[in-house]
Design a protein. Structure first.
Length: 186
């Protein structure tokens, strides 16, 4: 479901317009996060574990991670998963050890899609009545992702259209633009 909120605020010769764009629902698969975890790029793939030891130490040296969950008998998981090689807890190549569901995210977002500040120029003084109206605007688009669920990426920065929708892989972020608009009415 897509929807938005727009409003216009006026004070004397100034006008402020904004558009907040909202998407609720959908899923995206982040191959970037999948590969990033396997190669140790995200911050959470390094650091110290609950024992105070580096995550990437071998299990024999107190490394590893305890994943949340339960054991086969229903008791809380206490088995450490290795984080010192690709086939460990952050492994990215085998769905039996690290299912793709670990890097599927809710595609919902809230964005400040557009913001425009407009000043109505005093045309009577500047143009001797030749121009009936003149405005100067500072316009920004894609200024702020207020909320998202996908780490490290814009949920809209997908790979493409058609069957490739919902797949984040090496895509560039949404372009943020800021510009000036000068509008004359004769």
């Amino acid at each position: 479901m897509d929807w938005g909120v727009t409003n216009t605020l006026k004070y004397k010769d100034f006008t402020l317009n904004f558009l907040i764009d909202i998407q609720k629902g959908g899923d995206v698969y982040s191959l970037d996060t999948h590969y990033g975890q396997g190669t140790g790029l995200p911050y959470y793939t390094a650091g110290l574990n609950d024992l105070g030891n580096p995550l990437r130490n071998t299990l024999a040296n107190g490394g590893g991670v305890i994943n949340p969950g339960v054991l086969e008998d229903g008791s809380t998981n206490t088995i450490r998963a290795r984080a010192d090689y690709y086939a460990g807890v952050f492994y990215w190549g085998n769905s039996s050890r690290n299912p793709a569901a670990l890097t599927i995210y809710d595609a919902s977002y809230v964005k400040l899609r557009e913001l425009a500040l407009t000043y109505r120029l005093p045309v009577d003084n500047l143009f001797n009545g030749a121009i009936s109206n003149a405005n100067l605007s500072l316009v920004g688009r894609n200024l702020w992702i207020i909320h998202k669920n996908v780490p490290f990426a814009d949920p809209e920065s997908g790979l493409g259209a058609g069957n490739a929708q919902g797949y984040l892989s090496g895509s560039f972020p949404t372009l943020r633009t800021i510009g000036l608009n000068l509008n004359f009415e004769f």
